[in-house]
Design a protein. Structure first.
Length: 410
């Protein structure tokens, strides 16, 4: 079944429930409702100089509106992606990892749970914040090295009462950093899984408490930036070079449809580990053109639930983005590619070109898709050839890792 059906029937139900609220929390928690810590001493002994104290953490998450821009901003271009759900946050797994790379606390929070999320203002900007805090034990006078790692937008396991306390991908069972990196992510591409971390170096002055049975504002506030795990592909420009012309003329309107072939639907966070080339690990997405439903627009709704809603449509080929997890396969038939159907003139014959996606390599461009990249294709066609330029940028603001890849298909 094509991804369009999957997205609309299986996943858009979840997307309609997503909000830009979200985030995390952890094994031992102290909430604004003054929850009592379960199974943990809440008062350190008065006569023990090695007494344990408690460090409480409040977490906020940053996606940033600039995160989903192309990062190619030298010409002041705007980005239609700002209208999409790419920056949405719906759930989060978070792990607290010690200096030995062991997970000392972890938990999963989801927008299925009412009252989990709020907002905090940091440096004048609002960020989604977890209302319930993480609390860990530390020895008085010690400030350990800690890493706080978040994976946002994993699919939720939903309980019979409609709440969620775990993710379908099983990160809650991970006990080490290595286990997290090598855990298979199967959550749908189009809910935009994100990852990020914040490291607290050893010796950092922590706010410590001796009694955490009651909540107060004395906590350590942590802001974790998260970035896309998926990658995006779009046709940015389509020019036609006619007889006698040196350069092509922009004619995106001649493109009838675009389609991404071989979307990888699973991934690992460990960049050295790849998903097998089994057919179940790939998806096919329907071709899209101007006038089709703008499925990833933030105003898109599932008509099964909102029958009177009028969904937005693609107004330009440039608005159509396809998403995939990274794909480094060496099998030609499994490589990710953009399929373009176009005409050279009004009412003329249709032509089809399949362009394999390329990434920078030490010895030149390599046919592969890397994680967290935005691939823009600039195509010039004539009756005899196709010229292709790629611009590949991180979804992290202000970092461009490759200028252009140039190639010619005869």
């Amino acid at each position: 079944m094509i991804l369009e059906t999957i997205f609309k029937c299986r996943v858009m139900k979840a997307i309609n429930r997503l909000s830009v609220l979200f985030f995390l929390f952890i094994a031992v928690a102290c909430s604004s409702e003054d929850d009592i810590l379960d199974g943990v001493e809440t008062k350190a002994p008065d006569n023990n100089i090695e007494a344990e104290a408690y460090a409480e953490f409040e977490f906020s998450l940053s996606t940033g509106t600039t995160q989903t821009r192309s990062s190619v901003e030298e010409d002041g271009e705007s980005d239609p992606n700002e209208d999409t759900t790419e920056a949405s946050l719906s759930s989060c797994y978070i792990a607290v990892i010690d200096e030995s790379d062991n997970v000392i606390a972890s938990d999963f929070y989801s927008t299925y749970n009412s009252g989990d999320f709020g907002w905090s203002k940091i440096d004048g900007k609002n960020y989604p914040t977890l209302k319930k805090h993480i609390t860990i034990k530390v020895h008085n006078g010690e400030n350990p090295k800690l890493r706080f790692f978040a994976i946002a937008n994993l699919e939720s396991n939903v309980n019979s009462d409609g709440t969620s306390d775990s993710d379908k991908d099983g990160f809650m069972q991970c006990t080490t950093w290595n286990g997290i990196q090598n855990n298979l992510i199967k959550s749908h591409i189009n809910i935009f899984v994100k990852q990020g971390s914040y490291e607290l170096p050893a010796g950092e002055n922590l706010i410590l408490k001796e009694d955490v049975s009651k909540h107060d504002d004395r906590c350590n506030k942590i802001l974790i930036p998260v970035y896309q795990v998926t990658s995006a592909v779009l046709l940015e420009s389509f020019k036609i070079r006619r007889a006698g012309q040196k350069d092509g003329v922009e004619e995106l309107g001649r493109v009838k449809s675009v389609e991404l072939v071989n979307l990888k639907n699973k991934t690992y966070l460990n960049p050295d580990r790849t998903v097998e080339d089994d057919g179940d690990n790939y998806d096919k997405v329907a071709a899209c053109g101007v006038g089709d439903d703008y499925t990833f627009n933030r105003d898109y709704k599932d008509l099964d639930y909102y029958p009177d809603h009028v969904n937005p449509k693609y107004e330009s080929i440039k608005q159509i983005r396809f998403y995939t997890y990274r794909n480094e396969t060496s099998l030609e038939e499994r490589k990710t590619a953009l399929k373009i159907v176009y005409t050279l003139e009004e009412g003329g014959a249709e032509y089809t070109k399949v362009i394999k996606i390329k990434s920078p390599g030490n010895a030149g461009p390599v046919e592969k898709v890397e994680a967290g990249k935005l691939y823009k294709l600039y195509v010039t066609v004539s009756e005899t050839s196709v010229d292709i330029n790629f611009k590949v940028a991180d979804w992290i603001p202000n970092t461009i890792d490759l200028g252009e890849i140039e190639g010619i298909i005869k």
